[in-house]
Design a protein around this ligand. Sequence first.
Ligand code: DGJ
Length: 596
Amino acid sequence: MKKWILALSAFLVLVLAFFIYNRAHRKMVITEITLKQEEYEVVKYESFKPGELWIDDQGHHIQAHGGGILYDEKTKKYYWYGENKAYPDHYPRNGVIGMSCYSSTDLYNWKYEGLALSAVTDPDAGYPLSDLKPDRVFERPKVIYNDKTKKYVMWAHIESPDYSYARAGVAISDSPTGPFTYLGSERPNGQMSRDMTLFKDDDGTAYLIYASEHNRTLYISKLTDDYLKQSGEYVRVFIDQSREAPAIIKHEGKYYMVTSACTGWAPNEAKYAVADNIFGPWTEIGNPCIGENAHLTFYSQSTFILPMPNQKGRYIFMADRWNPKNLGDSRYVWLPLDFYDGKMVIEYFDEWSMENTKRVYAEEISVNTTLNTKPGLPHTIDVLVEGEKGSYKVEWEYDKKNLGTIGQFKANAKILDLNVTKQIGKINVYPANLIYFVDCAPDESKEYLEVKKTNNLLNSVSDKAYGVDPVTGKSWGYEKTKDIYAYNENTDMFSSVRADESQVAGNGVKYKFEVPNGTYKVYVGLHDPWANSGRYMNLEVNGEVKEKDFVCPADKRTYIYDVTVNNGEITVDVLRSEKSTNNSHAPLVSFIMIGK
Ligand code: DGJ
């Protein structure tokens, strides 16, 4: 090749490399704090409306995400601190322009007090102010008052945009509204610190509670008397359980902590734990949320728990409903948190007020029924009304059409004498006389456990590779190959799936069941959790093609077939069709039931 062509090519490669390097390392310098806020009419609120826009006294959606509340004895006001994410589009996605402060006397109507801690726009600012540049991330501020130093102390999660900084920052002020003076950040006790909260105990001792060790383990760390440093005394709790978004209260002498799982901005199931001593041991109890969407914390994530004013023993659970596409538009989900027989309960209301919410609690009632059969729901149920237990007549409301479909649906209990409707009923519809219910993934779904109670199943576990069942002695299971995978998403029997990843047409997930000769109904549950429109499959039962080149349904569907067996065996094969074209088109199956 001619020398000049080589030289030119080398030059072009260098120019391109320089261009790419420059783009990757180009720093965004924000020298002015600008807000992007819609203007709304100012509203006088008399209730909470979870998930709706919440307008402040200036006519803007409240910007106090990941927030917490301080009640200030001096001013007799509540102060709500949180992330102000009303940044314009050119700001980094997770950026913050500061920690907002709002004040209120009734918790419904909030006055904007400005940024208690503002981002620092000077591009040359050195540490500690460099922690607060607008291209950084600061989250979940919490403020407590120190009775000895008479200072308001704020702790917050301080981050780099790639979330590798993992530090806790501290700031102080003489006034609840700020401005707070930023003192700097640290890795408390030498460990990472991300989602965090503060807790001030009755004796004035305060604790920083933070997700550490790559969010795997939570730390509870006692602060020094001035609340500005770690005392050195700390414990590790919920080890390797990846809990974040901690919120903590003391109720009747015990400590209760609610946390979320770690799924970024996506909602997940909350859990709570209880301890006699804040340093543990902590006993994990389970999900405090009840009713529809309880498994997703009503599409939100915990941030704080506030004692309800003038209502001893009652609390407000504060959570964020994140909008990952526009974090500034994220909403607040505030709900009553109550204790019934020592059990923490968070129930959803579209609208509620502290004045009008009677504490009425009834346990969830789950009944099984077979297809097209009226479920045996009770006519009276036990209800706790303001802590008093009584037996109350109920009428059940549900959509009768659902009885013709396999799966679970909800029923509302209308408690007649109280004129209250509670969403506490669950109706599970199954085929009659099942001999197999394979819920294709190793985790036992609640449906599998329910069916197991009332049917003599020949499968003693929810799923396994083909072989003899150690309990029933019958052979059943899937054909094991190196390409068979299970995706556990244990929300219901449709959501966990078994898949064949071989990417070969004709291969698939193949199940075999030993059965006595006779006639059967075979139920195949299909659902594509990823709603892939190109996932073409073939479904064969006992070698006979039942569905050809069809797309695995994005909705949850049960395919039902009559089968006559002469050779002691039923096979169900869900195979990859020739029409599937790429890696993400693995054939899937959710469950297989066999009934007489
Ligand atoms: C979940 C945390 O709870 C939030 O505060 C925030 O850090 C997001 N993760 C970031 O993905």
